[in-house]
Ligand binder design. Structure first.
Ligand code: 5GP
Length: 191
């Protein structure tokens, strides 16, 4: 199980889409109370539900982890993850730091990866070019990014932190790290 977190606008979705293809890994399905967007057709899989349904599923213990992010509820559905793992597939979770911390506590062997923004001015430029947020929302997301980096460092849930300066390099670094974790070097090979 690999879980990837990082502030909004850091390139996390693009990185996760490539990782899902290249590792390869199955995207975990999340239920969320936020409304769907056109770009949701790509990458991470969402099930869009009402707050009442989210609450019901929470009571039914259907989530592996859950959190409130930017005022909406998000939770990784347990069943598809269990099925993928049982089929021997690697599972990829794209979740926030609160969720990452829960996963780390439950599955200490899961691999936590945190994507860092290159610099504040680059993060602002990326959010502006994405065209989804107005100036006030961009300011809020920049402040949230700083808080998320701090929370990720303090959580101890992330074994690998990579700065997304050059996208292809960040992806290759993560792939190399995941491969190394899956197949730790055999010291006997050096004898
Ligand atoms: P977005 O709405 O932009 O797709 O996601 C907003 C934030 O929620 C991102 O940081 C994303 O990683 C996080 N997120 C998405 N799905 C889940 C989930 O199932 N659990 C948790 N904890 N966070 C999630």
């Amino acid at each position: 199980m690999v879980f990837v977190s990082g502030p909004s606008g850091v390139g996390k979705s693009t990185i996760c889409r490539r990782l899902a293809c290249d590792l390869p890994a199955e995207f975990a399905v999340s239920a969320t109370t936020r409304a769907g967007k056109p770009q949701d057709a790509l990458g991470k899989k969402y099930l869009f539900i009402s707050e009442a349904e989210f609450k019901q599923r929470l009571e039914n213990n259907e989530f592996l982890e859950y959190a409130n992010v930017f005022g909406h509820w998000y939770g990784t559905l347990k069943q598809p993850v269990v099925e993928s793992l049982a089929a021997g597939k690697m599972v990829l979770l794209e979740i926030d730091v609160q969720g990452g911390s829960q996963i780390h506590r439950m599955f200490p062997e899961a691999v936590g990866i945190f994507i860092m923004p290159p610099a504040e001015k680059d993060l602002i430029a990326r959010l502006q070019s994405r065209g989804r947020d107005d100036a006030a929302a961009i300011q809020r997301r920049v402040a949230e990014a700083a808080a998320e980096v701090k929370a990720a460092c303090e959580s101890g849930a992330y074994r690998f932190m990579v700065v997304n300066q050059v996208l292809v390099e960040a992806i290759e670094d993560i792939k190399r790290f995941v491969a190394a974790v899956r197949q730790p070097p055999n010291p006997l090979r050096q004898l």
